[in-house]
Design a protein around this ligand. Structure first.
Ligand code: ZN
Length: 240
């Protein structure tokens, strides 16, 4: 069994399609989505439909929540608020209901998935170092937990203490817990503009991170044509 674990798609259809194509070429058998299907980029409906049709386990991201509710966006930063207002207009009632019904945390087989952290999933805390990861581990009852939200791939391991190792290829060892951020498909922020996701090979106990180039020019063109903030197109090529 080989599972592609991907999240923070953010309505980037070209990146999502490239990731799914790569996963198929890597003989992936299962798919799991860590949320933030929509928000920022120009293809929220198409990305949502694609993932909904796949029927894979999916958890709710903060942008999925914002897009499925009608509350005010005044407290958001102006660029995100403009994009979210536009995103809400692109989705029909069924699509918004699908987002609304997504769960915050799910157990899939013997591992857990969450968009941000397990300690307070609705607070959408950002885990950027091993100290942030410590609070998550107190609530992690499976050996593996996958998450996203920061758009930066990271691997935290808890044995006697919590440490961080490079997000490349990780062999799962007994007597340790793993809290793994699989990075972002549609808006990476670690300086590498390529789409990011991970493949979990259950038989060999190996997790491998993948970086995939995609047709970013088309994504950027769609952002500008939709009248979304220019900065959203620019940040894609910077990977920030
Ligand atoms: Zn996100």
């Amino acid at each position: 069994m080989r599972t592609a674990i991907f999240g923070d798609i953010h309505a980037n259809l070209e990146a999502l399609e490239a990731v799914l194509e790569d996963a198929a070429s890597q003989h992936v058998t299962d798919y799991v989505c860590l949320g933030d299907v929509v928000g920022y980029n120009a293809d929220p409906a198409a990305c949502l439909n694609l993932i909904r049709d796949m029927g894979c386990p999916t958890v709710k991201g903060n942008h999925d929540m914002d897009a499925s509710e009608d509350y005010s966006l005044d407290s958001m930063n102006p660029v995100a608020a403009t994009a979210m207002k536009w995103t809400r207009e692109q989705l029909d009632e069924d699509q918004r209901l699908w987002l609304k019904r997504l769960r915050m945390v799910r157990q899939v087989g013997d591992y857990t998935i969450v968009h941000s952290t397990l300690d307070q999933p609705v607070h959408w805390n950002y885990v950027t170092n091993r100290f942030d990861a410590m609070s998550n581990f107190s609530y992690q009852f499976t050996q593996l937990c996958f998450h996203g939200h920061t758009h930066v791939p990271r691997v935290y391991i808890k044995s006697d203490k919590v440490r961080e190792v490079p997000a490349e290829s990780v062999e799962i060892e007994a007597n340790a817990k793993y809290f793994i951020n699989v990075g972002s498909v549609g808006q990476p922020r670690d300086g590498d503009p390529r789409a990011c996701y991970a493949i979990y090979d259950h038989d060999s106990n190996l997790i491998v991170f993948r970086r995939i180039s995609y047709d970013m020019e088309t994504t950027q063109k769609k952002i500008l044509e939709a009248g979304l903030p220019e900065m959203l197109a620019e940040r894609l090529e910077e990977g920030r």
